[in-house]
Design a protein around this ligand. Sequence first.
Ligand code: SF4
Ligand code: SF4
Length: 94
Amino acid sequence: MATDWQALDRGPVIPGASSVAYRTGDWRQERPVLDLQRCVHCMLCWLYCPDSAIRVAAGRVVGVDYDHCKGCGVCAAVCPPRASAIRMVPEGAA
Ligand code: SF4
Ligand code: SF4
């Protein structure tokens, strides 16, 4: 006899696991450095960051969550050239 689909466990749920609690930023080899003086708060970096690591407050970019940023560089790539508010630097560099 077939099992009712509504009685099945949800497939993609891993009980007890959370990406919030896991510091994926430890994998990073480069990190984005944000220059808030140059930022025009277009929010493209926030929109495209695959790790939701761009911090926003009151509709403005305020920083980077380095605990979860993996250093992919997408934010720097999408930042408008006229702003160029994000540069990638080797992890550990100033
Ligand atoms: S480097 Fe990648 S993960 Fe880190 S803030 Fe930029 S887009 Fe997000
Ligand atoms: S993409 Fe660049 S200019 Fe736009 S909000 Fe992010 S840092 Fe600021």
